[in-house]
Design a binder for this molecule. Structure first.
Ligand code: AMP
Length: 187
C-alpha cells in the first residue's frame, strides 16, 4: 500500500508517517529529511539548497525529483512507500505518477491533514525547542506556511478528485488522528 501524506508543515505528517511505517512495515520517503541530510553531509546538493531551505522556500523540482527516483523504483520498497512532504507541486505530482506507472505501482491512499495556521505556528514553535531544526526559525515558519498555501494548493486540488483522497482534521490529538487513519487502512 503506497500512501501520500499531505498537509502544511507542522500538520503531523512526520509523526503519522512513522506510525504507518511501523504498522505496515513500510518505508518513509520524507523529502524534507532527505534534503536536511544533504545539508548535513555538506554535499553539492546541500550547498545548493541551504539558503532556500533556511529561507522557507521550496527546493527545485529537479533536485527533489532526482532524490526520490531511486527510492520509488527500489523493488524492496515496492508498494510500501509512505510519502511525507512529497509531492508539493503539480510538476512533482506528475513526476510521481509517471515514476509509479513505470514501476507498476499506484497510490492507495491520499491523506490530507488539514490544520489551521494558528495550530501550526504553535506546534512548530514547540518542535523548534525539541528538535532545533534550522528551518524552524520563527521568521521561517510563516514563510513556509505561505509557500505551502501558494504552491501546494494546486496539488491538493489535483488529488481531491481522487476517490482515495481522505481529509482528516489535523488539529486533533495525535492518537485521534492515528485512529482515523486506521479506519482507512484496516480494510
Ligand atoms: P518538511 O520537512 O517536509 O517540512 O520540509 C522542509 C523544507 O524542505 C521545506 O520548507 C522546503 O524548503 C524543503 N522541501 C521538502 N520537501 C520538498 C519538496 N517536495 N519540494 C520542494 N521543497 C521541499
Amino acid at each position: 500500500m503506497n500512501i501520500i501524506l499531505f498537509g502544511p508543515p507542522g500538520a503531523g505528517k512526520g509523526t503519522q508517517s512513522k506510525y504507518l511505517v511501523n504498522k505496515l512495515n513500510a518505508f518513509q520517503i520524507s523529502t524534507g529529511d532527505l534534503l536536511r541530510e544533504e545539508i548535513k553531509k555538506d554535499s553539492n546538493i546541500g550547498k545548493a539548497i541551504i539558503n532556500d531551505m533556511n529561507d522557507g522556500k521550496y527546493v527545485s523540482d529537479e533536485i527533489v525529483n532526482k532524490l526520490i527516483e531511486n527510492l520509488v523504483s527500489d523493488p524492496q520498497k515496492k508498494n510500501k512507500l509512505i510519502f511525507d512532504g512529497y509531492p508539493r507541486s503539480l510538476s512533482q505530482a506528475k513526476n510521481l505518477n509517471s515514476l509509479l506507472e513505470t514501476s507498476n505501482q499506484k497510490i492507495s491512499l491520499i491523506l490530507f491533514l488539514n490544520v489551521d495556521k494558528e495550530t501550526i505556528i504553535k506546534r512548530i514553535e514547540k518542535r523548534k525547542i525539541i528538535e532545533n531544526r534550522s528551518d524552524d526559525k520563527s521568521s521561517t515558519i510563516l514563510k513556509r506556511y505561505d509557500t505551502y498555501m501558494k504552491t501546494t494548493q494546486p496539488v491538493l486540488n489535483f488529488y481531491s478528485e481522487n476517490p482515495n483522497f481522505k481529509e482528516i482534521d489535523g488539529s486533533l490529538e495525535i492518537d485521534e488522528i492515528t485512529r482515523k487513519i486506521d479506519t482507512f487502512i484496516n480494510v
